[in-house]
Design a binder for this molecule. Structure first.
Ligand SMILES: CCCCCCCCCCCCCCCC(=O)SCCNC(=O)CCNC(=O)[C@H](O)C(C)(C)COP(=O)(O)OP(=O)(O)OC[C@H]1O[C@@H](n2cnc3c(N)ncnc32)[C@H](O)[C@@H]1OP(=O)(O)O
Length: 211
């Protein structure tokens, strides 16, 4: 076994273990949101969690896992707040790029995403749509940063039930790209609609040019 292969295996093992930890941390957050344990039990669990937190902090990175190209050549961001498999804050959203263009994701929100009673928080759905729009413009070969994001909330988004998010580019002009996205129920009824303007920084077009 070469040193490169051994290093790749070590990295795979590290990522798999981090993904498992993130999955467990999501389970923990869901359990916290829904627990009805008594105060003594809550205090005992809190003390155990504090000890576990100290163990993880003992070996600490400066930043979350970075953007990179994975072993199969595809772009990945394991620490991303929306898609990162190693980030417990992420759903994580799994985005597909249909052959017909745009981006698509099937997702199920959890009780931890609740805003109004029985409804997903509008900021959470906006975050998902921002990411999907960003992926949509990137899929069209025009990656950019969100300049503006307009949201129209048409119906309550439930948690615990699957919904579908889709996005499509609508207009391009120089470094600007506009796209629309929607979260709909499985019958296709739109629940939240978004329009985004994405601007490709000059540095992404001309690396080293600044901007
Ligand atoms: C290598 C990467 C591979 C990636 C491959 C796969 C990716 C996989 C999916 C990832 C998906 C992520 C999705 C998350 C997306 C976020 O969440 S991004 C985070 C939120 N957004 C930000 O932080 C952006 C912060 N703002 C900035 O960085 C800069 O202001 C911007 C937006 C890059 C623009 O800066 P700039 O290029 O210096 O812009 P500037 O030259 O002043 O203006 C250019 C034009 O845009 C207009 N403009 C500028 N800003 C705005 C604005 N905010 N609103 C309206 N118009 C504006 C100007 O008026 C101007 O218009 P014209 O005069 O040409 O008509």
């Amino acid at each position: 076994m070469t040193a490169d292969v051994a290093a790749a295996r070590d990295e795979d093992a590290q990522i798999s273990a981090l993904e498992a930890l993130a999955r467990q941390a999501r389970e923990l957050v869901d359990a916290v949101v829904l627990t009805d344990a008594d105060p003594a039990e809550l205090a005992a669990v809190t003390a155990e969690l504090a000890a576990l937190t100290d163990r993880l902090r003992a070996v600490r990175r400066a930043t979350p896992l970075p953007h990179e190209f994975g072993p199969d050549g595809t772009f990945r961001h394991l620490g991303n707040a929306v898609t990162g498999a190693c980030n417990p804050h992420a759903l994580p959203l799994v985005v597909e790029r249909p052959a017909t263009g745009g981006s698509r994701a099937e997702l199920t929100f959890r009780p931890t995403h609740e805003g109004p009673p029985g409804t997903v928080h509008g900021g959470v759905t906006a975050m998902i749509l921002d990411h999907l729009l960003g992926d949509t413009v990137a899929a069209a070969g025009r990656p950019g940063m969100t300049g503006t994001l307009t949201i129209r909330y048409r119906g309550r988004v439930p948690y615990g039930e699957p919904v579908v998010a889709t996005g499509a580019v609508t207009r391009v002009e120089g470094r600007k790209t506009w796209a629309d996205a929607v979260i709909a129920d499985t019958a296709g009824t739109p629940l939240v609609e978004a329009t985004g303007l994405f601007i490709t920084p000059k540095a992404w077009l001309f690396p080293g040019a600044g901007g």
